[in-house]
Design a protein around this ligand. Structure first.
Ligand SMILES: [Zn+2]
Length: 322
């Protein structure tokens, strides 16, 4: 029933969105064995470290501009069919360099995919460049400089992901300054595997308009009030949080408490097939298990469009579609 609702997604990692069927097809093409990270057509992992291992193995199956165009088209076609009108994809030029595709070919392939799907379904999509925290401040600054220099109208934001418990957020502030000075939107992963203090640090040191996850802000009432006051938008990913054991199950997930505290929240799938979810399923969970009304779900979609890293003309056009 939520299939009929318009949807928008701000938080999805492109390489984390590979449908298992596409991974299998790519593995056959390149002669790669999949036993280490796939079983019975699904990805297998058991903790955050082995999740990152499976993620890297799947990412390694995409090796050319065409491969990335295919991946982008496959994901966005599914998203558009589920009612989404807007998507932000987290991309990693760093990773593209590491696997030998090269950042420019990687971005060109993703851009082609975005334009192809927009032409047939009308879905808008933007790329948000992600620096990987566990690669250290120098690599994250490299990613920021890459994004800043690109001047690509489809590349509109900067983010940091990866192992949240590694390094102090202050070490990465310079990368975010580079991105902000270039006019890119700013978001950062915090308050997922690390507690409320990581959200506070992100607000103080990075000054983002959005936070990836941020759900553990519930541990600190003062912080909740601050998030509500400052209008910082949380990119909430319930399926990911439950899959990684941040919360034991959906009834225990704090989405409702965050919303009730006046914090701006949105629904997102993060790395959907790794967490046995999809954007559509996140809306279903919020509706059926957490008891959000269709009006409340519409409000979350509107919040996502209002917080999207797009120009004002595009934002107005998207809002008019709700
Ligand atoms: Zn994420």
């Amino acid at each position: 029933m939520t299939r009929l609702l318009r949807k928008a997604e701000l938080h999805c990692h492109l390489e984390g969105a590979v449908p298992p069927a596409l991974a299998l097809a790519q593995a056959r093409r390149y002669g790669v064995a999949t036993d280490a990270f796939m079983k019975d057509g699904a990805y297998v992992w058991h903790d955050f470290t082995s999740f990152l291992g499976a993620y890297d193995a799947v990412s390694g199956l995409f090796r050319s501009e065409d491969d990335y165009a295919l991946l982008t088209e496959t994901y966005l076609d599914d998203l558009a069919a589920a009612g989404a009108i807007y998507s932000e994809l987290f991309i990693s030029p760093d990773h593209a360099e590491a696997v030998g595709v090269g950042a420019d070919a990687y971005v060109a392939g993703i851009g082609r995919g975005i334009e192809a799907v927009r032409a047939r379904s009308g879905i808008e999509c933007r790329m948000v460049v992600v620096g990987l925290r566990h690669c250290g401040p120098e690599r994250v600054e490299w990613a920021a400089r890459y994004a800043a220099a690109a001047r690509n109208p489809l590349m509109t934001g900067f983010n940091m992901a990866g192992e949240e418990r590694m390094g102090a957020v202050a070490d990465f502030a310079r990368a975010f300054d580079i991105a902000r000075d270039a006019g890119l939107g700013i978001t950062i992963h915090a308050g997922e595997l690390s507690g409320a203090s990581s959200v506070r640090d992100a607000l103080d040191l990075i000054r983002p308009t959005r936070i990836g996850h941020g759900v553990r802000a519930v541990e600190d009432p003062g912080l909740l009030a601050r998030l509500a006051d400052e209008g910082v938008v949380l990119e909430v990913c319930p399926g990911s949080n439950v899959a990684l054991g941040v919360f034991p199950d959906f009834p225990a997930h704090p989405l409702r408490r965050l919303q009730a505290a006046g914090v701006k929240v949105t629904l997102n799938s993060d790395d959907p097939p790794f967490f046995k979810t999809s954007l559509e399923r996140e809306y279903e969970i919020a509706s059926r298990i957490m008891g959000f009304s269709d009006e409340e779900l519409d409000t979350m979609t509107r919040t996502a469009i209002e917080a999207a890293f797009v120009d004002e003309e595009t934002r107005a056009r998207l809002l008019a579609r709700l």
